[in-house]
Design a protein around this ligand. Sequence first.
Ligand code: IDP
Length: 143
Amino acid sequence: MAIERTFSIIKPDAVAKNHIGAIYSRFESAGLKIIASKMVHLTKEQAEGFYAEHSERPFFGALVSFMTSGPIMVQVLEGENAVLANREIMGATNPAEAARGTLRADYAVSIDENAVHGSDALASAEREIAYFFAADEICPRTR
Ligand code: IDP
C-alpha cells in the first residue's frame, strides 16, 4: 500500500455548524493523519483560483459565493491510499447519493453546500496542497 497525501477542506456550512471535530475524528478513525491544518476565510480571487477548472460550469458563481461565505478548515491528510480513502470517507458529491455513514450523508445539506472537499487524484492533491500550504507548514508523521 502506498502512503499518500491528500488535500481536504471542511467547507463553510460544516464549520458554521461546529462539525470540525466530528469530521477530524472520522479522518483519524479511518487511519488518516492530519499533518497540516489551518482555518482561512477565502477571498473571491482565492476561491476562483482554487476552482478554476470549473470556471465555465453554470454553478461556478454560486460555488465561489458559497466558499467565501465563511471560514473553512484546510488540511493535509496522510495515510495509505489517502486520496481514495478520503473520497470514500466523504461520499458522493451530491449528499442525496452519498452512501450511509459518509461525511456528506451525515453533514451535507445539498450538492451546493456539501460539507467537504477532497482531492480526486494524486496530481490534484499535490497542486491543491501547494495552493494552501508552504512546505514548512507540513509536519509528516509517517514513523
Ligand atoms: P467533488 O467536490 O466531489 O470533487 P466536483 O465535481 O469536483 O465534486 O465539484 C466541485 C464542487 O462544485 C462540488 O463539491 C460542489 O460543491 C460543486 N458542484 C458540483 N456539481 C454541482 C452542481 O451540479 N450544482 C451545484 N454545485 C455543484
